[in-house]
Write a protein that binds this ligand. Structure first.
Ligand code: GLV
Ligand code: MN
Ligand code: MN
Ligand code: MN
Length: 406
């Protein structure tokens, strides 16, 4: 049987960053292509038939594709210097779970597929969940084709260079129509399960979130000769905006992060001419999120006026609140939590985005979370113990068996 441990060992070296222990698997780069090859050959080795959809997502079918399919999976791309588990844990657990069901000779009464979604993190092209957004029609093909990575390469060019045809991307209602239920297993990106003392939980909701690009345009000048009063320094406006975002988020019980910034001309002895920075904000509800972003935009503009810096803000992506299907959530919590003292697995929300969130607007969708003792994610410290990973596979196997045989 192709067990989790073996698959995990095979995938682990792909895209590993020397030194940090983190991962860099950006879409369509050699590391991502190696991950995709690994996915295809592994899926075939457990008897699944692999196809690539018009948007570059990989599908591995047990039986012929057909209506009412149970689909599970996640993504293999990563954030810069990300953890080993965010995405891969779901893909590897899905393949291991299906391998265990086939090895037992289970005969499913509906099709089952494992999916590897492209560009879930939006780490290279800026728009998270791009593969599932394209599938569901949540992003237009023309916008997706023109998305650019930091060196100016478009999504279309990168996809074409990988041997696919970006001229055919776009909504795929026929494929979407085949999905009866979608389930994504994911490492928890917090310590909710540590606190509740369970290895596996079920997701209730995803906070609404989004990304906004701030541009602070000032004037480059000499660091040693330009009097403070004569400067138009965008770094100053940016710094105030970072502090203000933190304050506004705290007031709203929300989160606001500037984790990416680029500075021009980026010289030690020159005042910057331009700062570009990306705000990632998330909140328990949509009105709090809108309030935070509006307040940060206003304070940036006010500070910019004082500094002689022009501030422009562009929304790059927004993702509405997700409430996962309540019947499915409760059914799975009871199914996998039979051994828990409460008789059901913990049900918990998350602030992290997922392809499952995109799909949940279209098909009954559930997520399983596996305990992360560090609570760290999007960083090398992300972790799940081998025992908890095994319990995750066991839970997912039970869920898939339940869904494909009913
Ligand atoms: C993706 O993992 C996100 O929540 O940013
Ligand atoms: Mn993920
Ligand atoms: Mn992630
Ligand atoms: Mn995610």
């Amino acid at each position: 049987m192709t067990g989790f441990d073996q698959l995990w060992r095979e995938l682990r070296p792909i895209g590993r960053v020397a030194g940090s222990g983190g991962y860099q698997r950006f879409s369509w780069t050699p590391a991502d292509l190696s991950g995709r090859e690994w996915f295809a050959s592994t899926a075939e080795s457990v008897g699944l038939s692999v196809e690539v959809d018009r948007n570059g997502n990989q599908w591995a079918w047990w039986g012929a594709p057909g209506a009412g399919a149970v689909v599970t999976g996640s993504h293999l791309d990563s954030v810069p210097d990300g953890g080993a588990f965010d995405g891969p844990l779901g893909v590897v657990s899905s393949l291991a779970a299906v391998a265990s069901l086939t090895a037992r000779g289970l005969s499913p009464s509906r099709p089952l597929a494992v999916v590897n979604f492209v560009e879930e993190e939006g780490a290279r092209f800026g728009l998270p969940c791009l593969g599932s957004r394209l599938l569901t029609g949540a992003v237009s093909p023309s916008r997706a084709r023109d998305l650019r990575d930091p060196s100016g390469v478009t999504w279309a060019a990168a996809m074409d260079a990988a041997g696919l045809d970006a001229s055919g991307i776009g909504a795929d209602p026929d494929r979407l129509g085949l999905i009866g239920t979608f389930v994504e297993l994911h490492v928890e990106q917090g310590r909710g399960l540590v606190e509740s003392g369970s290895a596996v939980g079920v997701a209730s909701a995803i906070w609404p979130h989004g990304r906004w690009r701030f541009e602070f345009a000032g004037e480059a000048n000499h660091a040693g000769t330009t009097r403070l009063a004569d400067r138009r320094d965008p770094m100053l406006t940016f710094a105030s905006t970072v502090l203000g975002a933190r304050e506004q988020a705290a007031l709203a019980g929300a989160l606001a992060t500037f984790g990416r910034v680029s500075v021009e001309p980026n010289g030690t002895n020159a005042i910057a001419s331009l700062v570009r920075a990306w705000l990632d904000s998330r909140a328990p509800d949509e009105s709090s999120l809108a309030r935070v972003v509006e307040a940060v935009t206003t304070l940036a503009a006010e500070r910019g006026d004082r500094d002689g810096v022009k501030v422009t803000v562009t929304a790059e992506s927004t993702t509405p609140v997700v409430e996962f299907n309540a019947d499915l959530r409760d059914e799975l919590a009871v199914l996998i939590g039979a051994g828990d003292a409460a008789g059901r697995a913990p049900i918990l929300p998350t602030g992290a985005g997922h392809d499952a969130g995109v799909l949940s607007a279209h098909v009954p969708t559930a997520m399983l979370f596996v305990r992360n003792p560090t609570g760290v994610s999007h960083a090398p410290g992300e972790f799940a113990t081998p025992d908890d990973c095994a319990l995750g596979v066991e839970a997912l196997s039970a869920v898939l068996e339940h869904l494909v045989t009913r």
